[in-house]
Each structure stands twice: as C-alpha cells, then as structure tokens.
Design a protein around this ligand. Structure first.
Ligand code: DGL
Length: 264
C-alpha cells in the first residue's frame, strides 16, 4: 500500500477538532482520516505548558503508530504551546491552528477585535508573538472561555447554562465596540448559532477551520502525499471517554465513519 493511501492524523483535547475535520474532508474528499479525541484530558486550556506538550506528544505517537502520513493539531491550545517542539521532535509534517487575528485585523473597521480562546492559548508565547504586531494599530480584547469546552464535551452546547456563560463573556466585548470576534478554540464553531444571536449581524465571527484545511492540502501537495483515487474512503475516530457526543457530531458526514472508545 502506498503512503498516499495512509490517513491524515488529527487530534484535539476532545470533540471540538471535528469542526476542523469537517473542513478537511470537504476540501480533501479522497483522503482517509484518523481522529483522536483526548476527552479524558480535556480541557487542555487550563493545564501547564509542559503537560500540554506531553499530551500532544502522546497523541502524535498514537497517530504515527496508526500509520498517519501527516498530523493536524486541531487544537489552538496544543498548537500555540507545542507546535515548535512537535516539529523539532518528529520527522512528519505538522499542520497547526492558531487564532485568526491577522484576518480579523484586516477586516475590522472599529479597530477593536475580540478574541474568545482558552487560557492556555491566550497566555502562550506564540499568541503573544502573533498579536504584538497587530496591537500596534488595533486593540485586541481577550476573553478566556472558561467552562465552554467542558459543556460542549458533555453535549450541553445548546443549554441555558451555555447561553448564560456566552452572554457573560460577549456582552463586555460588545461594550468595547468590537466588530470582529475571533474564535480561538476549535470547540467554539459549534457555538456560532448562539454567538450570532448574542452579537448580532454587525460583528463578523472569524475562525480558522477553512484555512487549516487549505494548508493541509498545500502540505500534502508539497510532499507528494495526496490521495488521488480512493473508492473506499474511511474515517476512524478514537475517544478515551464515552463516544455518544462525538458520534452525534460526526455522523451524517458520509459513509464509513467508525467511532471507537479506546483508552490512550
Ligand atoms: N479545542 C481546543 C482548542 O482549540 C480546546 C482546548 C481545551 O481543551 O481547553 O484550544
């Protein structure tokens, strides 16, 4: 079997990275994928940098053992804290995800950008580096979305509790006159309908999912790793907690989707 037929490996601290997986399979319909949902250890955003890196390496080892040809780190927290170390430690291409504050800075008219992300992402050196040049001309208002990942992991994305939390995080940003809201966590695209109800149509919601899929295609192309003809596309999901929420999020996305509970 040629390496081109090997799967794209994707991991996240939980089910949120499936928002990226959906963009990837849209752009790369011939590719097989393996997705790891490390829900047992969610949220990563409240952990130390050393712990986040150790978990990212554990997930990478698992995906490589399963034959992944590239690794998509579908987690802003793991990317902003660990992508450099991952790239230095393994001989496999990595694609990461970072909050889309650059596109937001080009779009804003009020010059005030809101960002909702985890504590781990907002306190990372990589985020500090990317945002510092933008801060020269724009104001970036940061909010830690504490509790949001946990509710999504429990399948409570549309609960009253979620709505109240979102209101408490977003109302201050609206008072600060933001016209762009960057979603800096791969779980948050699942909250877009509720967020829209709160922020209204004058605030543009920006996430990085499509850009990551584009970059994944570019990296596969550059490394001659694209799968051109695949009559039996397969998407495998592994989760180290109960699989109900994950299954709910990924079903109806084509045939051959297999979700397995497994400890890793
Ligand atoms: N989906 C992860 C991210 O993009 C969530 C992090 C967490 O588990 O706190 O950052």
């Amino acid at each position: 079997m040629s390496i081109n037929n090997s799967p794209i490996g994707i991991f996240d601290s939980g089910v949120g990275g499936t928002s990226i997986w959906k963009e990837i399979i849209k752009k790369l319909p011939e590719e097989n994928t393996i997705y790891l949902s490390d829900s047992k250890n969610a949220p990563y955003g409240e952990k130390s940098k050393a712990d986040i890196i150790a978990l990212a390496k554990k997930n990478t080892d698992y995906l490589i053992a399963k034959g992944a040809k590239v690794i998509v780190v579908a987690c802003n927290t793991a990317t902003t804290n660990g992508i450099k170390i991952l790239r230095d430690s393994y001989n496999i291409p990595f694609i990461g995800i970072e909050p889309a504050i650059k596109p937001a800075s080009l779009h804003t008219q009020t010059n005030v950008i809101g960002i909702l992300a985890t504590k781990g992402t907002l306190s990372s050196e990589l985020f500090e580096k990317t945002s510092s040049s933008i801060r020269e001309t724009k104001t970036i208002k940061e909010v830690v979305g504490k509790g949001l990942v946990e509710l999504i992991e429990k399948g409570k994305g549309e609960s009253e509790e979620m709505h109240s939390l979102l209101q408490s995080y977003l109302h201050p940003l609206l008072q600060d006159n933001i016209d762009c809201l960057v979603l800096g966590c791969t779980h948050y695209p699942y909250l877009i309908p509720q967020i829209k109800k709160i922020v209204g149509k004058n605030v543009q919601i920006i996430d990085s999912g499509e850009a990551v899929a584009r970059q994944t295609k570019a990296i596969l192309t550059k490394n001659n790793l694209l799968n051109f003809k695949n009559s039996a596309v397969k998407h495998e999901f592994f989760i180290n907690t109960n699989k109900t929420v994950l299954e709910q999020l990924v079903k109806n996305n084509g045939a051959n989707i297999v979700v397995t509970e497994q400890d890793f």
